[in-house]
Design a protein around this ligand. Sequence first.
Ligand code: HEC
Length: 116
Amino acid sequence: MRLVFLLLLFIITVFATDDDNSFITKYEYGAMLYENPRGIGCNKCHNNGKKEVIIAKYRDKKGALKYIKVPPLTNISFENFKIKLRADKTESLVMPTYFLTDEELDSLYYYIQKLK
Ligand code: HEC
């Protein structure tokens, strides 16, 4: 009897996940990567990704006020997203370089699409 119960519990845990057969969903995986992408979390600069964020204000030599702005993430195509995330540091003065796999980029993009 106990064995049957345990077996049932096992089957439920394995099949109860949506989307795919893994223990965490693609969305959960993407959300995890957003905060911990083996580097500085995207959330540290992009916040919740829905709106532009001003991370710094400064004055240039002539005294004009300048801003360092971080764009929202909700309007980018998967193609441009991949280009951006594979670009190395020399292409951006602010955003770090990441070393994410295709699968990770796919989940991260999936998560970002749900931010809307
Ligand atoms: C240190 C701050 C910082 C972190 C951390 C950061 N970004 Fe960015 N991101 C920026 C800034 C600033 C820009 C815009 C200017 C540029 O490209 O440097 C940008 C641009 C982007 C763009 C291009 C948006 C567009 O519409 O052109 C995408 C996509 C993006 N970031 C995704 C991410 C993801 C995903 C992560 C985490 C893996 C991340 N960023 C982490 C600062 C950051």
